[in-house]
Design a protein around this ligand. Structure first.
Ligand SMILES: [Zn+2]
Length: 263
């Protein structure tokens, strides 16, 4: 009787061929010494802002839920509030939830855009909320970790407690200013350029269907692409937060901090 057992080489070749035939991707051509184009929203936002999620990246959940929004005026009938209909970030569980069925529905109509492009913008928006909560600026990472040292180990609970306190103290219009601005800055470094332009256009279209606190002014849109949000991010993560006078609205201070870095 003939021995039909494969050699390891034959087995490996069969596995690779089967995988390729099933249409699953590969890394493609690898150029030594270069970093591949970043595509995943969670990775993209960390790279664009030179931050990393700590202690871990948020959990991402694809939900079958299709939450609804009840307009209370003629103006609101035009709205597609991102955090009510398309996705949300939950600070307590550090979870990004994506309502993919609503994304598909609104992409097909009324936005008439590519579903995956809308999904990318929603994911960026929710990861931006998460980054305000959990992001650490690369050059400051070792100091942040040293400050959390308890005995021989890093006490991430202390880090999370401080960050959650700061996150909770932000007002909703400040939260949305941050999420929108950080998403916009991230889209601004996307490659290739053709994809960047498509997403920039969709971002502006989607913004036009948002409540007032999601809106970015034209100068903010024009110049924040070249802005450095590190001072803004360190301010929003402080507790207690420096405030020149009690009357200064939080969002206006946040906007002024970003404008300080405009070229
Ligand atoms: Zn939001």
């Amino acid at each position: 009787m003939k021995n039909t057992r494969c050699t390891p080489d034959e087995l490996a070749r069969a596995y690779v061929v089967t995988r390729r035939c099933s249409g699953r991707g590969s890394r493609g051509d690898i150029q030594p010494g270069t970093i591949p184009l970043v595509q995943h929203p969670a990775v993209l936002i960390q790279a664009a802002l030179q931050e990393t999620f700590r202690p871990t990246a948020p959990t991402e959940v694809y939900s079958e839920d299709q939450p609804s929004f009840m307009p209370r005026s003629a103006e609101e009938e035009n709205w597609i509030p991102i955090d009510m209909l398309l996705g949300c970030y939950t600070m307590k569980t550090r979870t990004v939830t994506i309502f993919h069925r609503n994304i598909e529905r609104f992409a097909n109509h009324p936005l008439q855009c590519n579903v995956s492009d809308l999904e990318t913008i929603v994911r960026l928006h929710e990861y931006a909320h998460a980054l305000v909560h959990l992001g650490v600026f690369w050059p400051e990472e070792s100091k942040v970790i040293r400050d959390c040292l308890m005995g021989q180990e890093t006490n991430w609970n202390a880090f999370l407690r401080d960050r959650s306190r700061a996150y909770r103290s932000l007002q909703s219009d400040t939260h949305e200013f941050l999420a929108q601005t950080l998403s916009w800055i991230t889209i601004g470094v996307l490659q290739p350029l053709t994809r960047r332009y498509v997403l920039q256009e969709l971002f502006v279209t989607l913004m036009s269907r948002q409540p007032a606190h999601y809106q970015l002014t034209p100068d903010m849109l024009g110049k924040s692409c070249y802005a450095d949000p590190t001072a803004l991010l360190s301010w929003v993560r402080e507790t207690p937060r420096y405030k020149p006078t009690q009357r200064q609205p939080q969002r206006q201070i946040a906007e002024a901090l970003l404008r300080e870095s405009f070229p």
